[in-house]
Design a protein around this ligand. Structure first.
Ligand code: FMN
Length: 394
């Protein structure tokens, strides 16, 4: 992050989750309802476990916002964990309140449990799993909602949808999807509880989740996130860490359980001849702006040389199957050294729809950061002035 920075804190069964974001200009209007809408999108989805019924996340503004408007100082947000009342003893920060909750000594394969306990020298794996849990993504979505609100002021919108759950997938070619196609697809996904815009694929996805639930295994999948309405020129070719594609890949890979990211046509490009997959440049029919050009395809996913080229930015990501499942997995107790088969705990069977909402949040953060890097500004008025001036003089 260059102009924005944010941090999250909080344990899964602690008092709650805290987030701080710094760098959002003053005078951006924002309401708790706007953020809560994103939080409830993250919580929905066919295939989620019991926790989603306990939690109905609500954000509280702690600082940086006055009378519904940002004031330029760091914005701090808080989301209470509704389950905290049952964990006050087990998760108390105070030594004198130490409870009798037994330690977790059985690492779950596919989680941070074993490497985390080894690295942080812990005999109680709870000290690792409480933080590695994807519960943390609630506050990331809240912070991302502020970035999303900021981008709206520049006509930039971020959306997404699920493209596969297990073997149930929709065929999609990002190179032919125009801004309006992407908006229509993500719009229809809002009505689907697997966040898939294709009705017959959504039915197959739900059947796959039902089968997995019945047979005791979990499922992963893929999702697509897009940003439209972007100007040319966000990100830069001049240094590896300023490339927007790299920044996006980092942000998506920073989501728990994400194991692969592609921009535009991504991995499929490996097998195609070069002449087929470059997005050729044509003169624009717009006679009022003689220098503007036209692309008929978008294999590059809106980024060339690490810089936005004005086409929609399109990212797809792969989520692995949820590690916790009914089918027992072999592991070894870290205290006794005894092998065992992990017993089942309450868990999601599939969380790809939620992951796609988290993907939208991190995309919003990366694009907002790149926009502020390019246009600067300490108030919305200043950032907008700089932005409009750039567009006028292109
Ligand atoms: C939205 C979301 C929900 C998740 N729910 C669960 C869950 O209920 N049970 C579980 O074992 N893992 C769940 N995971 C996956 C783990 O958080 C993740 O696999 C684990 O933290 C290990 O990280 P890694 O897969 O990136 O190595 C979820 C992930 C996401 C993004």
């Amino acid at each position: 992050m260059f102009r924005l920075r944010f941090l999250t804190a909080g344990e899964s069964h602690g008092k709650g989750l805290t987030g701080i974001i710094e760098g959002i200009p003053a005078n951006l209007q924002i309401t708790p309802d706007y953020i809560n809408r994103q939080l409830s999108r993250r919580q929905a989805g066919f295939g989620r476990g019991g926790r989603m019924r306990i939690e109905s996340d609500m954000v509280e503004f702690i600082s940086g916002i006055r009378w519904g408007v940002t004031i330029g100082s760091p914005v701090a947000l808080f989301i209470e964990n509704r389950d905290w009342k049952n964990w006050q003893e087990g998760m108390s920060p105070l030594a004198e309140e130490k409870g009798s909750v037994p330690p977790v000594t059985r690492p779950r394969p596919g989680h941070a449990d074993l490497p985390g306990a080894t690295k942080y020298h812990q005999d109680d794996i709870r000290n690792i799993l409480e933080r590695s849990s994807a519960r943390e993504t609630a506050i990331r979505v809240a912070i991302g909602a502020i970035a999303r609100r900021f981008l709206e002021e520049f006509g930039i919108t971020v959306g997404g949808f699920v493209t596969a759950i297990g073997n149930a997938s929709m065929s999609i070619d990002p190179s032919v999807l125009k801004e309006e196609d992407l908006k229509a697809l993500s719009g229809s996904a809002e009505d689907s509880d697997v966040r898939c815009p294709e009705d017959d694929t959504a039915i197959r996805m739900k059947e796959a989740i039902e089968k997995a639930t019945g047979e005791g295994y979990s499922l992963g999948g893929t999702f697509l996130v897009h940003a439209v309405g972007l100007p040319v020129g966000l990100g830069s070719h001049i240094q590896w860490d300023r490339r927007l594609d790299g920044r996006l890949a980092h942000a998506f890979m920073g989501i728990q359980a994400i194991k692969g990211v592609e921009i535009g046509n991504g991995f499929e490009l490996a097998a195609r001849p070069g002449a087929e997959v470059m997005d050729e440049i044509y003169p624009s029919p717009d006679t009022e702006s003689p220098k503007s050009v036209l692309r008929k395809t978008n294999h590059a996913g809106g980024i060339e040389g690490g810089i936005t080229n004005g086409m929609p930015v399109v990212v797809r990501a792969v989520m692995k199957p949820i590690p916790t499942q009914h089918k027992p997995l072999r592991s070894v107790d870290i205290v006794t050294g005894e092998p065992f088969e992990a017993t089942y705990e309450r868990s999601d069977v599939c969380a790809v729809p939620a992951a796609s909402v988290i993907g939208e949040a991190v995309m919003s953060l990366v694009i907002a950061d790149a926009l502020l890097e390019k246009f600067g500004g300490d108030s919305m008025e200043e950032t907008k002035r700089n932005y409009e001036n750039y567009l006028k003089n292109m």
